[in-house]
Ligand binder design. Sequence first.
Ligand SMILES: Cc1cc2nc3c(=O)[nH]c(=O)nc-3n(C[C@H](O)[C@H](O)[C@H](O)COP(=O)(O)OP(=O)(O)OC[C@H]3O[C@@H](n4cnc5c(N)ncnc54)[C@H](O)[C@@H]3O)c2cc1C
Length: 477
Amino acid sequence: MTGNACVVGSGPNGLTAAIMLAKAGLRTTVYEAQPTVGGGARSAELTLPGFVHDVCSAVHPLAVSSPVFASLPLAEYGLQWIQPPLPLAHPLDDGSASVLAMSLEETCTRLGVDGSMYRRAIGPLVRRWHDLVPMVQQPLLRFPNNPWLLARFGALALWPAASSARLLFQTEAARALYAGIAAHSVLPLEALGSAAFGWLLAIAGHAVGWPIPRGGSQSIANALSSYFESLGGRVVTNHRIGSLDELGDATPVLCDVTPKQFAALAGDRLPPHPRRQMESYRYGPGVFKIDWALSAPIPWKATDCRRAGTVHVGGSLDEIAASERMAAGDKPSERPFMLVAQPSLFDATRAPAGKHTAWAYCHVPNGSSEDMTERMEAQVERFAPGFRACILARHTMAPADLERHNANLVGGDITGGAQDLIQLILRPSRRFYRTSIQGVYLCSSSTPPGGAVHGMCGFHAAREALRQTLPGSRRAL
Ligand SMILES: Cc1cc2nc3c(=O)[nH]c(=O)nc-3n(C[C@H](O)[C@H](O)[C@H](O)COP(=O)(O)OP(=O)(O)OC[C@H]3O[C@@H](n4cnc5c(N)ncnc54)[C@H](O)[C@@H]3O)c2cc1C
């Protein structure tokens, strides 16, 4: 091994970057502020003994699609995927539910009159998912391998999600299903580009499902970290880096942090203009999260919801759009749109026999201190009468708690910065992974392709760092 490299932060992007550096022969150390590795991919007994909850990420269509994860032997290090019978269900007030099934045909049949439009919109992209993924999981300004395929996706993606839903679909059920998926953008559904997330995750649902990892998202982090250590890498936990100066002459240094934190780490080494750029980077809404320990599965009225890994709770397109607009403003909704996951229905390792866990969050204004517990439980009760009676214990995290758990969750923002059109293209600036300090790079979800567990920010950052540090190594990776 030659040279000392460092990675600050052990989120999925930090660990992926560290693996790439170690594979290139660099003696690599990862420093993690928290007692355990994984950043946004950690699990813990948050409520009662024997109940394992995903502290942040729970459902992973983009991890199973990730080209870099597919290239690593993560299954040998314990990572197993579970596909719930349905990726997604979306309950409605009449007691029925819209569903996204893995089968495109089944989904189209269930969508009724809207089925043929849905098939026409995404059918060809579902078939080409594995060609599309590398193009949307790299800086969007990079020339794509297949410009026609990307343009086909772009023609759907650039629009506001709310008007796409109204224009393309006739039924409230189809509109609500699509709006719930698009709300993963954490953007108002009237924002340009908010449609992209709806289509991307719907296509992924048909191509690879929305799976959960056996044992919780910690298994993803553990597999990455164990593989990294097998390559000779070193992980130091409980070690917060306060300044780049603490890292001595390590080169390259990859920072799995967001721009605001990077400005603090770099201190005087950052010249005024790049400092202003880092400091003016915009963060998006935060989230309020609840984990429940339950005595029984959530008693959804719509039976399809009992077969789904993820359930979107929030009713109609109009209600979801209103909730997301408020989250982008300064007051959270009284009837928040929620993402609910119910992993213990499909993974017996998550709870004692016969008992269950559920995971949920809603979007709230960045830094909001409002307690959403009552409103969120009322929303679940609306579609699952008797839910409250199943609660054995709950654990809540407001934006400030999330940021304490992981400094990257600035004001509770879970995507490493607002994912509007400008910040998706220039993320966090036109330098992408490079910073103005030689040998120092950003590798977090504040770089392309952005939020979610996929490791691709770390992969691209490490390639860039290796290209500059060890010319000739890039082709070998
Ligand atoms: C509530 C919630 C739900 C989510 N749900 C999903 C989901 O279902 N599916 C999905 O794909 N994604 C989900 N995400 C998003 C996903 O977790 C993130 O996009 C992903 O973890 C980003 O990875 P990262 O490596 O960029 O940063 P992070 O995972 O945030 O890791 C950064 C790490 O750096 C450490 N660190 C920061 N500063 C320092 C320092 N100065 N010194 C040392 N260490 C430091 C932090 O402690 C942390 O461990 C969710 C996130 C949250 C919060």
